[in-house]
Design a protein around this ligand. Structure first.
Ligand SMILES: Nc1ncnc2c1ncn2[C@@H]1O[C@H](COP(=O)(O)OP(=O)(O)OP(=O)(O)O)[C@@H](O)[C@H]1O
Ligand SMILES: Nc1ccn([C@@H]2O[C@H](COP(=O)(O)O)[C@@H](O)[C@H]2O)c(=O)n1
Length: 249
């Protein structure tokens, strides 16, 4: 592998890009020059924007949003396999807290989930912050958050100064497709108390009324990367991969 790539620097002589963050050849050591050169080479070949990353001690966060069943979790697993991210799903953390023995929020969380309502942010944000701290990692996909204005306000109060939010990955998917996927997931034995038509109607309503305005807010700030989530999962991922590579990951 070393020998194969050792000639790339000469091929790039005269280049002016400075690339500190590595996106390709993740099997190579994190700070190797070979990885730097390969990353630069890839960007040139595919005519991608040169990325000059400044080093930051703050953890980096990508918010992952989209309707129920749009494929957020599925794509997050693929991103984790391909890039160096840690996946934190707000829904998973809430379900875990609901099932934790002695949790003072168990009943409240179950009621909110079954009815497709958004749990008060203090609960969710604390679960997210603890999970980030406990992971010891610094690159996070935060899936299913912020879902409403209360989530966003709470995050801004508690977390926004502590992290660098990179962008919002938005999985755009028709309502009927989303519902079908969740119902299939339920029939496949997800065990989720909200993968049924009654809960789904409420979840979709919450998404349209409360979550879409938050996505629009980020869009207005130029922070949204929108992905068509209707094709098959591999096709969706090729678009996701391109997005992460062109963002310097
Ligand atoms: N691109 C796709 N095409 C077809 N089915 C998909 C696709 N992506 C995911 N699925 C399936 O749809 C269901 C929902 O996917 P997933 O759990 O990833 O969605 P989600 O957005 O995380 O949902 P939720 O917000 O409800 O947790 C799963 O059964 C998954 O296997
Ligand atoms: N920020 C959030 C995220 C989720 N919830 C609740 O969990 C349910 C399931 O979430 P998924 O992301 O796994 O679909 C969701 O319908 C909410 O009830 C929340 O309150 N706040």
């Amino acid at each position: 592998m070393w020998r194969a790539f050792a000639r790339l620097p000469r091929a790039l002589e005269g280049g002016t890009e400075v690339v500190q963050q590595i996106t390709l050849t993740q099997h190579l050591p994190p700070h190797s020059n070979v990885r730097n050169f390969c990353s630069t080479y890839y960007r040139k070949k595919h005519n991608l924007q040169p990325i000059i990353m400044t080093s930051s001690s703050k953890p980096k966060v990508v918010f992952v949003l989209g309707g129920p069943g749009a494929g957020k979790g599925t794509q997050c697993s693929k991103i984790v396999d391909r890039f160096l991210f840690t996946h934190l799903s707000a829904g998973d953390l809430l379900r875990e807290e609901r099932s934790r023995e002695g949790s003072e929020f168990g009943t409240l969380i179950e009621d909110y989930i079954r009815n497709g309502k958004i749990v008060p942010v203090d609960v969710t944000c604390s679960l997210l912050e603890n999970a980030m701290k406990n992971s010891g990692k610094s690159l996070f996909l935060i899936d299913g958050f912020p879902r409403n204005q209360d989530n966003l306000d709470g995050w801004n109060r508690q977390m926004s100064e502590k992290v660098d939010m990179q962008f919002v990955l938005f999985f755009d998917c028709d309502e009927e497709v989303c519902v079908k996927r969740c119902l299939n997931r339920g029939q496949g034995g997800s065990g989720r108390s909200d993968d049924n038509l009654e809960s789904l109607k409420k979840r979709i309503q919450t998404y349209n009324n409360d979550s879409l305005p938050i996505i629009k807010h980020f869009e207005g700030a130029g922070q949204v990367k929108k992905i068509d989530a209707s094709p098959d999962a591999d096709k969706v991922f090729s678009e996701v991969e391109r997005t992460f590579l062109s963002s310097g990951f």
